[in-house]
Design a protein around this ligand. Structure first.
Ligand code: FE
Length: 267
């Protein structure tokens, strides 16, 4: 009798142990759990890094940036390929699509070694995550401005697929700090040229007319600077103004065209 009771207790214990272990190895659907995703914060630490599902572009996102991100890229190289707001899984291979520009190209005026474009303060109104767009003005009031130019290295060679992230005030001197009006990033084409359609920004207290921009060659450091307009009286009283950042501006009817070539470090 005692042997029978002991055997039953042993059987119950075995069943309980197996049940408990089985509960750890399967989920409610009876499937083996997959590895837990880890958000690496955009940095790729090693080729075997576990990739967060948050880094995979959702289907149907508007971001059409095309780039190749290798799992062996350094974080800096990855960030250069991933413009603000761009989300792409490391290891993703997409065909590189460079923009087709409508403005006529200008000759490059550059003497090697060229001087790096000066940096300027970012100011209080930068917002990360700007959409990829080269036409910012829409139907906003104010004079239209078409800005074109090149991104060059100090050797005066054009830099293809350099990123430029623009933000500016509207014609009344007001920033959109809740949305992305007059904010957008774009890329240079195969010849290192970019084109931005926008409006001439207005003045706001203490500042002359200016356009903010961040520029980055693939794999290079991020340059934060500002562009200025010639013949604006407030240039003389704005402590941030730098004549090396003056665009060449031409009237075009009621609107304007402007050019500026950036010189950036490549690494
Ligand atoms: Fe500003």
């Amino acid at each position: 009798m005692k042997k029978a009771i002991g055997r039953n207790i042993l059987i119950v214990l075995c069943v309980w142990v197996l049940s408990a272990c089985g509960g750890l190895s399967t989920n409610a659907a009876g499937l083996t759990p997959t590895a837990t995703a880890v958000d690496t914060g955009g940095a790729v630490s090693s080729p075997t890094a576990i990739v967060s599902t948050e880094m995979v572009a959702p289907t149907g996102t508007a971001d059409s940036t095309q780039a190749v991100v290798s799992t062996t890229d350094t974080p800096q190289a990855v960030s250069s390929k991933l413009a603000p707001g761009h989300i792409m899984a490391p290891g993703t291979v997409e065909p590189l699509q460079l923009p087709t520009l409508t403005a006529q190209p200008q000759a490059i005026t550059c003497t090697s070694p060229a001087v790096l474009t000066p940096a300027e303060t970012e100011g209080p109104y930068f917002k990360s995550g700007s959409p990829e767009q080269s036409a910012l003005g829409g139907n906003l009031p104010g004079a239209k401005l078409t800005l074109t130019g090149y991104v060059l290295g100090v050797d005066c060679q054009p830099v293809a697929h350099a990123m430029l992230d623009f933000w500016q005030a509207d014609a009344s001197g007001t920033y959109d700090n809740t949305g992305y009006t007059l904010r957008g990033h774009l890329f240079t084409d195969a010849s290192g040229r970019f084109q931005l359609e926008t409006v001439v920004p207005g003045l706001y207290p203490g500042r002359t007319e200016h356009i903010h921009v961040k520029v980055q060659a693939p794999g290079g450091p991020l340059l934060t600077t500002q562009l200025f307009f010639p013949k604006v009286a407030q240039n003389d009283t704005d402590g941030i103004f730098d004549s090396r950042l003056l665009m060449t501006v031409q009237p075009a009817g009621n609107n304007f065209t402007a050019t500026y070539d950036f010189v950036v470090a490549l690494k």
